[in-house]
Design a binder for this molecule. Structure first.
Ligand code: GNR
Ligand code: NI
Length: 167
């Protein structure tokens, strides 16, 4: 078990497009465990490998109140999306910043589990938001990129300043 350091926006490594996982082996299972531990410690409801500087398509999500709903999604894909919802989002890579983003209300998702088996599920509400937010990370996209350029610049300045005094 290990806590992994989380990259903070505007770190350019957050804009890396992750590669598909080719073999689901013990290395991937260990990474998933460490990412889950890191997500719970933060605490957060999701974490993409991109955020811990591993550029492979793996995310962990748990939107339950009691850590009972851990999902590990390997090579996740959105097969269908439906409707719209607007949710106030935050991100462990953009600490202290919260703003609203409009995304699909419902998504159908296909992924591999930690045994390398394909499975599909439907998500709505916060889980749907979280799946879309995490897949964006794997594509090198951070939620603040949905905000106006003015807001993005303010967030960059604020976090760059904070990084200077905490580094
Ligand atoms: O912990 C998180 N909370 C959250 C709230 C609303 C919308 C998305 C999220 S994901 C975030 C964790 C994170 O940064 N995952 O990449
Ligand atoms: Ni995030």
């Amino acid at each position: 078990m290990a806590l992994l350091p989380i990259l903070h926006y505007p770190d350019p490594r957050l804009h890396t497009r992750a590669s598909p996982v080719t073999v689901v082996d013990d290395r991937i299972r260990q990474l998933a465990e460490d990412m889950a531990e890191t997500m719970y410690a933060a605490p957060g409801v999701g974490l993409a490998a991109t955020q811990v500087n591993v550029h492979e398509r793996l995310v962990v999500i748990d939107v339950s109140e009691d850590k009972s709903g851990l999902m590990v999604l390997i090579n996740p894909e959105i097969l269908a999306r439906d409707g719209e919802q607007t949710c106030e989002e935050g991100c462990l890579s953009v600490p202290g910043i919260y703003d609203v983003v409009t995304r699909a209300e419902r998504v159908r998702v296909r992924a591999l589990n930690t045994r390398g088996e394909a499975f599909e599920f439907d998500a709505d509400g916060l889980l749907a938001v979280c799946v879309q937010h995490e897949i964006d990370h794997l594509d090198g996209k951070v939620f603040v990129e949905y905000l106006s350029q003015l807001k993005q610049n303010r967030i960059k300045t604020k976090l760059a300043k904070k990084a200077r005094i905490t580094a």
